[in-house]
Every structure is written in C-alpha cells, then in structure tokens.
Design a protein around this ligand. Structure first.
Ligand code: SF4
Length: 350
C-alpha cells in the first residue's frame, strides 16, 4: 500500500528526497504545499519540477478518492462522514463558536473499548487511521468550510492512545509553523485512560492538552460503564499522574464526565470528582447523556443544574457542554449512530 502524502514530517521528506537525489530545500517546499496550502494534487505544487511531481504522484497516496457526506445541524455544527475505504468509515465534527472553530477528529474507524454509553463502540471496528488520514479530516473540512480551524480535539471515533504514534504525529503536524500553526494549547487529546500511553505522553513532554474520560469516580461504577477500568483502573492511573503533577499543571488538563441519570450524579460523586479536580487543577467538562441508551437515561435540566451546583460548592468550576449537533447525531458519544453512515455505506456497497 502506498504511503499517504500527508503522512511524512519534514525530516522524513528530507530523507526521502535525499535518497531520490533531490536537494534538501525541496523538502520544505513540499511540506508547505501539503500542510500550509493543503493541496490534494501534485499538479498544484507549481514550483516543483515536473519529474518530481510525477514521482510524488506515482509513489504516494493522495487524498481525493474519499466518499464524503455532510449534515448540518440547526446550531451550525456540521458532521462529515468520510469513507477512506469500505471498511474505514469515520466521522468528523465541525463546531463553530462565536470566536473560534473547533474540529473534533477521529483516530480509528470505530473503537475497541466499547464504553457502554457510546455508539462508536457498537459498530464493527475498521482499524487505525494513519497520520495522513487524520490530517485529511482537518484539511478537507477547513477547505470546505472556508474558515480556519482554531482548535482541534481528538475526541471523535476511537481511542487516541491505541493509535499513539499516528495521533501524536498528526498533532505535531497541525501545530507546525510551516503548516497550519494551531497552538499547542488549542490541541487536546482525549483518552479513556490507557495507562502506559498516558505515562509515555508525559515522559515525552508533549505540549498538548490532555482530556481524561473519567465518567465515574468510584471503581465499581466505572467498571459498569467502561471496560477499560478492568484493565487500567482509575486509581492506578491517578497514581501515575501524581508523578507528573507539575507537568500536568503546566499544560491543559481536563476531566470529561458524562452525566447519567440516577447513576453518577449523586452528591458523593460530585464531592469525589471535585476533590480530584482540585488536586490536578483539572477543568471539568460535563456532558449530559443525550438519549436513552442501553438502559441508561439522560438527566433532566434540574438534575444537571444540581450536579453543577454541588461542584461549584466544592470550589470547582465545571462547564456544561450542552450537546452541540445533537439533532444530527454529532454530539459526544453519538458518532456512528446515524442514518448518514447507513446511507453512505449503502451507496458504497452498490
Ligand atoms: S467513549 Fe471514546 S473510548 Fe469509549 S467507546 Fe466511545 S470512542 Fe471509544
């Protein structure tokens, strides 16, 4: 299989061109065409010699062959469905805000973790995305929407730390000043808590924000909704995180917490969550469960407000992320749930 044209970083382009007998400055030219100008064809790279353009065409996979569908929500959120192949179908969500544009990217087609409240884990797993496929989501949506992406969250389909190398490399390429220059503080990688990868992330001193999917603070409850708790218990993860407390406090650190009615919204849950947030100076993102799902119920507005108030009384400020894109099944935990995917898959199979 050919390497995706967006897969290489600058050092890899330098090495590739050296082996092909081209001068080093061509690497920077190619890198800028790809990652600053986001070209999807070698013919657009005007200052490259014809034979080099031909070589790039022959030896690399270029974007452009993907099947794409999109749906726009009444609140402006746009969900893109991108099929890299019949098996590799993913969703990307464009989230417009008054002063910024956020993009929620996927790193896997499906997810092997199967959290109970999440639709993504319920579809057949189609494998890891390459760095180039992750970047394609960025460049394609930015070109389509004709607005600059200012924030990227790796919170779409899949567990980023089960596709660690491709994820981190994609984040660095988005951050590159020769490319789109997204600030490191505006790039957030989420994880359900893959302990060895979290440790690696901090050992490597990555500059990006980390969002930990906590969702329940007591082990028995967390085990009920997240299989990963059996393999990497939250308690063990927190012990490791304590070793990197200074680093964590420097970068952005967030707890994601899905609110499920009569399950994880009691006062003791709020107290324990607040205690952890204070210890790590973590921000808390509260996400209401959107629909009835596998015996779980969404909280009422009053229940959400009460949980928020308890956290506030404990001295921590939580943000209630009120489900952008809910009407098009683009909200957290809903990716892969919808008709868009069914329609696209049907058209691919025809
Ligand atoms: S919540 Fe995240 S980690 Fe859990 S199944 Fe869904 S995509 Fe995977």
């Amino acid at each position: 299989m050919k390497t995706h044209i967006y897969d290489f970083d600058l050092a890899q382009w330098q090495e590739y061109l050296r082996t092909k007998g081209y001068p080093a400055y061509r690497a920077r030219q190619i890198f800028e065409w790809l990652h600053r100008h986001m070209v999807s064809s070698p013919q657009e790279c005007h200052n490259l010699p014809t034979e080099l353009r031909q070589l790039l065409e022959e030896e690399f996979h270029w974007p452009g062959g993907e099947e794409i569908r999109s749906l726009q929500s009444s609140d402006g959120t746009v969900k893109f469905l991108i099929a890299f192949s019949q098996r590799k179908v993913i969703e990307t969500v464009w989230l417009p805000y008054p002063n910024r544009q956020s993009l929620c990217v996927s790193v896997q087609a499906g997810c092997s973790l199967n959290c109970r409240f999440c639709a993504t884990g319920k579809i057949p797993f189609g494998g890891n995305l390459t760095t180039g496929e992750i970047l394609t989501q960025f460049y394609l949506t930015q070109r389509t929407m004709q607005k600059k992406v200012t924030n990227v969250v790796f919170m779409g389909m899949g567990e980023p730390f089960y596709n660690y190398e491709a994820t981190i490399k994609a984040a660095f390429l988005m951050h590159s000043t020769l490319g789109q220059s997204v600030g490191a503080r505006h790039i957030t990688i989420s994880t359900a808590g893959v302990l060895p990868a979290v440790e690696r992330f901090y050992q490597e001193k990555n500059p990006f924000g980390l969002a930990l999917s906590v969702h329940a603070v007591f082990p028995e409850k967390r085990r009920e909704i997240m299989d990963i708790e059996k393999k990497y218990p939250l308690q063990d993860l927190l012990k490791v995180l304590r070793q990197y407390r200074d680093r964590i406090r420097k970068n952005r650190f967030t707890f994601e917490y899905i609110m499920i009615r009569k399950f994880n919204m009691y006062r003791e849950d709020a107290q324990k969550l607040a205690e952890l947030a204070r210890e790590f100076r973590a921000k808390i993102n509260l996400i209401p469960l959107h629909t009835r799902f596998y015996g779980m119920e969404p909280p009422s507005e009053e229940e959400q407000n009460l949980f928020f108030k308890w956290l506030y009384e404990e001295g921590v400020l939580a943000r209630n992320r009120r489900s952008p894109g809910k009407d098009i099944e683009a909200a957290c935990g809903m990716l892969a749930a919808g008709k868009l995917q069914t329609n696209l898959l049907a058209s691919l199979i025809q």
